[in-house]
Write a protein that binds this ligand. Structure first.
Ligand code: DGJ
Length: 738
């Protein structure tokens, strides 16, 4: 049993293979957090959870000196009744009062995790997943919060969400409704790791010691954003890749969010995550329920590597859905960095011909195929192929590509509208805009009001018409600006605070319909690169364009940082031109290839301009990729060398059975008169013997996994700009091997 209720101690224990999460119905029926860490036999003692403290308010139903809410480790803290740390919930009742005092009222444990209606959430898959529901009730009002926990034993993670139910006769207004809280004893001993950054340099890892006050990763842009990510990690001061404890919290959500760690004055830390309260309010009429997005929480006492592995598996096996989630993706060529808007039928066919010679399996036509779009200033919303430019119908174009042995994929940016579009001329009120104010443009475009069913219906109809009109086997779903002027012509003034979340719900509803109707189409997410790289999107799309920065050296950093929370099956990466469009840095083809080999690999350059030798080289690359694609898609991923600290960045993919590994290494900086870089491998079978080849040349035979993991392999410095190499490590097939 992964969930146990110890009745004598009133303790709930959520056990995974390696971890335990415990909470207790404590004094006064407060639901207090007891423990989260390595697997625990027995129940934790609540030694530190019942202090009353000087100048801290106490509840009047308990004897004086029993406890102060401000000192409790709480599972779902409410505001207004004496806890001054970040609340999970803040409510205004019809009488204007804003105090909530949540105490335990009931619980149930059952098998079979249910999806959250209208929102992405982790699914059980083949496994039987246990669920715990704990209902808290306000001490005065007919108002309830049901906390839902589910346990994923094999990925050492638990999920959390909260269902908020108003049974008061009058409506209430939620001002904040977060997904989870984990209170941690001794917060001064912790660092917070966040993934911040900016467009073209997304998810930079920032590790900050906790000091009194609050550190957060958050977005108020209407999407998870380039500059923050809904994934944070709390870790010990000495935690590194292989050692030390850490806890990750990830939201399965794509809109405004906050994920924060607050060190309160007495030294404990509160970690919370959920929808950002900025601009949020939600009216709940009598009998209505609001459900928060789901959060995934995981703990590792073996450093970041194990934590990442947990998140990789839960995303790959319990969040990504659809026929492509665990299936090899075709090697694609995207037209964007190859042709931008400058294409016609002949150019696309030449590209397809050259791509086919290179062993590429799909041509993706990016922006510019619809309306009259030849620049980024028009036609978004008019999802009608520009047959003049394409030299005929889309079906004809797709057929031409198919005849050349390639699949065909197409780009859309559905959530947007250009002022210069037929859609805008017909429905100027369909975009987000405040009365009397000209909405701000960004990349010459406005944002559609995705909370309106008729907008989503229009998009559903126009996109499905395009997808049904031709043999389209892949869709790139782009989104190129944050939200402004967040006001809907369809919502009453007192419900405008619901719009940010309703936008996301509208989007999820649309994605649900399209991805189920076109279940064999491979969908890829994108938001000016990696501006919406989150687990919410990964529920609909198994892969996301990781960044618009396809410079291989910059990608070393971006992909390294992204891998802390997200699996390489989700990280879309392409070989782009020799001289990077983004940085103008020149890099060898080999380096661009080695860096781009993830579970979602492709090319993004004009292959017609390459020399015959380069094309031959690409053919060799794509053949190699096909041979090891399973490793890149489903293998465990280890960060071997941090590019921030090492001249040679390196990483490893290894099969689940530990028998085959790929190691990629890029010398991102030349350091003269230096020793070779040593890469200590991970995940091999200690007693087994392995052969090692470097760039196709055998360099070692019969070396034990133990030796490769403890002493490593070496990468020599080369007096060149950004050279790269790769190793294949294969277990020998001798009978004596394990
Ligand atoms: C932004 C994306 O990130 C690019 O890859 C490309 O699709 C452009 N949009 C097209 O407008």
């Amino acid at each position: 049993m992964s969930i146990t209720y110890f009745e004598d101690k009133r303790v709930f224990s959520l056990d995974t293979a390696g971890t335990t999460y415990q909470m207790q119905i404590g004094k006064g029926d407060y639901l207090v957090h007891l423990y989260y860490g390595e697997r625990l036999e027995g129940t934790a003692e609540s030694v530190y959870t019942y202090n009353a403290n000087i100048y801290c308010p106490e509840p009047m139903d308990l004897p004086p000196g029993t406890l102060s809410p401000n000192m409790l480790m709480l599972e779902y803290p409410a505001s207004g009744t004496g806890d001054y740390r970040t609340p999970c919930i803040d409510v205004i009742f019809a009488d204007g009062s804003r105090a909530l005092d949540l105490r335990y009222s009931a619980h149930r444990i059952y098998s079979g995790k249910q999806p959250i209606e209208g929102m992405p959430s982790a699914f059980a898959g083949e496994k039987d997943i246990q669920v715990l529901e704990i209902t808290l009730k306000d001490t005065v009002k007919d108002f309830y919060v049901t906390l839902v926990y589910s346990v994923s034993e094999d990925t050492d993670s638990i999920t959390r969400s909260a269902y908020i139910l108003n049974k008061e006769p009058e409506p209430v207004v939620l001002k904040s409704a977060l997904s989870c809280c984990v209170d941690i004893y001794g917060g001064r001993e912790y660092d917070l790791v966040r993934f911040m950054g900016r467009a073209l340099m997304e998810r930079e890892l920032i590790r900050t010691p906790l000091t009194q006050g609050k550190l957060s990763s958050e977005s108020v842009q209407g999407l998870s954003g380039h500059s923050s990510n809904p994934f944070i990690v709390m870790c010990g001061k000495n935690t590194d890749e292989k050692n030390g404890d850490c806890m990750g919290v990830m939201l399965i959500y794509s809109g405004n969010f906050t994920a924060s760690a607050e060190l309160e004055p007495h030294g404990n830390a509160r970690v919370t995550a959920g929808i950002h309260p900025y601009g949020f309010s939600w009216r709940l009429d009598n009998g209505e329920t609001f459900c928060t997005p789901e959060a995934v929480i995981s703990y590792s006492s073996y450093g970041f590597t194990r934590l990442s592995d947990n998140f990789h598996r839960i995303i790959r096996e319990h969040i990504c859905r659809g026929s492509y989630s665990l299936k090899r993706r075709p090697v694609l060529l995207n037209s964007w960095e190859a042709l931008i808007y400058d294409f016609d039928y002949d150019k696309l066919m030449s590209l397809a011909d050259a791509a086919s010679d290179c062993g590429i399996e799909m041509l993706v036509l990016d922006d510019g195929w619809f309306g009259k779009r030849n620049a980024d200033d028009c036609s978004l919303g008019d999802w009608i192929p520009n047959e003049k430019k394409l030299g005929g119908t889309l079906a004809n174009l797709a057929a031409g590509v198919n005849e050349r042995g390639l699949k065909f994929g197409l780009w859309f940016e559905p959530e947007m509208i250009s002022r210069d579009s037929d859609l805008y001329r017909a429905h100027p009120d369909w975009c987000l805009q405040c009365p009397g104010r000209t909405p701000a443009e960004c990349r010459n475009q406005l944002v559609l009001d995705m909370s309106r069913p008729e907008v989503c219906e229009y998009l559903y109809n126009s996109i499905s018409a395009v997808l049904s009109s031709a043999n389209i086997e892949y869709v790139k779903w782009d989104m190129n600006r944050p939200l402004t002027d967040v006001y809907s012509a369809k919502l009453p003034p007192d419900r405008q605070g619901e719009l940010y979340h309703r936008y996301v719900l509208g989007l999820y509803g649309l994605l649900d319909r399209l991805t189920s109707d076109f279940e064999n189409v491979l969908f890829e997410g994108c938001a000016s690169g990696g501006g919406r790289f989150d687990a919410g999107m990964l529920y609909y799309f198994p892969q996301i364009w990781c960044s618009d920065n396809s410079d291989a050296v910059d990608r070393l950093f971006i992909q390294y940082n992204t891998s802390f929370g997200y699996p390489m099956s989700a990280v879309s990466a392409h070989v782009s031109p020799a001289k990077s469009h983004q940085t103008e840095r020149s890099m060898p083809l080999e380096t661009r290839w080695i860096t781009a080999m993830t579970g979602a690999f492709g090319y993004e350059l004009n292959v017609t301009l390459l020399s015959p030798e380069e094309r031959k080289e690409i053919l060799r690359q794509t053949d190699f990729y096909r041979e090891y694609a399973d490793l890149f898609l489903k293998g465990r991923y280890f960060r071997l060398n941090d590019p921030n600290k090492n001249d040679v960045a390196a990483w490893e993919f290894i099969s689940d059975n530990g028998e085959t590994a790929f190691v990629g290494a890029v010398q991102r900086h030349f350091s003269p008169n230096n020793c070779p870089a040593v890469l200590r491998l991970s995940g091999l079978l200690s007693g087994a013997c392995y052969d090692v080849s470097e760039a196709g040349r055998q360099i070692l035979t019969g070396v034990t996994g133990d030796v490769l993991m403890k002493t490593g392999i070496t990468v020599k410095y080369r007096r060149e700009e950004y050279p790269a190499t790769y190793f294949i490590i294969t277990k020998e097939k001798s009978v004596n091997n394990e």
